[in-house]
Design a protein around this ligand. Structure first.
Ligand code: FES
Length: 141
């Protein structure tokens, strides 16, 4: 019997660029893995580290944060805050016993539907090769 792939990828997408890029990917019919769960946030800077930690503690195998390209954030400097926070978050998830590559930050504009699909597919493949989140085995999920 073939075991069902239950890889779980959570994506935090900024409303103004990346979510629109995801929308374009959808209307362009680019393939996105069904294991990808998008969560819309107003800006990449609104991704509280607790949300990322909770996603991993609840069993996400990978977390992708996306936002506007540097210089294009609709709140001027939000993605710069996100980039700094991301560097710290990588260390935090390592302290939880996870590989830091399970967390990725990418800049994707509203016109980059193909890029959105490529980033999600590439990240998903990488996470599948890494295997399940080791914390998931310890949780009840
Ligand atoms: S509004 Fe997109 S990263 Fe800030």
């Amino acid at each position: 019997m073939v075991k069902k792939d239950d890889t779980r990828i959570v994506g935090f997408l900024c409303n103004w660029c990346s979510y629109a890029g995801a929308d374009l990917a959808g209307t362009s019919k680019f393939k996105i893995p069904s294991c990808f769960t998008p969560i819309r946030v107003m800006c990449s800077s609104r991704v509280d580290p607790v949300l990322v930690e909770t996603a991993f503690l609840e069993g996400a195998d990978g977390v992708l944060i996306t936002g506007c390209h540097p210089g294009d954030c609709h709140y001027d400097e939000g993605n710069y805050y996100a980039r700094r926070r991301f560097a710290v978050l990588k260390k935090v998830i390592e302290s939880l016993g996870l590989e830091s590559d399970r967390l990725r930050l990418s800049w994707i504009s509203a016109s980059e539907g193909q890029r959105f699909a490529d980033v999600v597919n590439e990240f998903t493949e990488k996470i599948k090769k890494m295997g399940p989140n080791p914390l998931r085995k310890k949780s009840s999920l």
